[in-house]
Design a protein around this ligand. Sequence first.
Ligand SMILES: [Zn+2]
Length: 193
Amino acid sequence: MLSSFSRFFIVVFSSLLFASVVVAEEQSTKNFLGTDSDLYEKMWREQGHQVVNQIAGDQPSAFLGFSPSLSVSNSRFPNAYIRPNGKIVLTVGMLALVESQSELAFIIAHEIGHLLLEHHQGKGEQQNDKNSEALELEADLFALKALTSAGLETSAGIDLLLRIAAFGEKQSLGTLYPTLFKRAELLRRHLGA
Ligand SMILES: [Zn+2]
């Protein structure tokens, strides 16, 4: 597993499927757009680094084969993706939905999973929905394992996916639902919950 990584092409997987993270607090980040964006990004990057260390130890590059880094993009739509160089991009829309460090860890681990599992391999061709759904499920299970070994809250993925679904519902983004519910259901089954 550790040797399976590569760094070509931009990997944009979780598109439209992910949500964000707000470190164990009330949802006061909803109005974050008015805050100093540099500070905001710095805060999230620090949180992200902590999470990466929880998942991959003190030397993530030795453990994973690449060095994950974190950056925040301005889109209000909940989304996350990883680039082939290990840069994980989270939108502010995603971060606004995150409510715990475990949820942040779930997203980050999910994205790391895409890169480790070489999900970008099919990049040339258009991936069909079924195929991309399978990749999402696979990355979710990877994230679940990572959270389990890190001693983090294993139900975080379920909570987060359902919260994203609820967000999509509110915003009338109906197409998001089936995959999100399916993903949450798979996690639930693996947790035996
Ligand atoms: Zn994904």
